[in-house]
Write a protein that binds this ligand. Sequence first.
Ligand SMILES: [Ca+2]
Ligand SMILES: [Ca+2]
Length: 85
Amino acid sequence: MCVSRDEYECEGKARESEALKESAESQGSVCDSSLIANNYCDRACYNEKYNYDGGDCCPSDWIGDGTCDDACNLEKLNFDGGDCI
Ligand SMILES: [Ca+2]
Ligand SMILES: [Ca+2]
């Protein structure tokens, strides 16, 4: 029995924020630099190359929740509130 509080962790999946799921349907596959850190989660920019959309896909309630989230692992977000340090 999995005792993790997060079902995605139990299933071994990476977490995806709601914003990321929503953007997946409406976004294309090309990340324009103007989309990074524009306060909207752009699926095309959500990868390591583009710094995970500059933190746009990080829900505020993930910061400092004890789980290291790639979407929040940015210097400006204090590396997920310390979760990724
Ligand atoms: Ca963005
Ligand atoms: Ca976290």
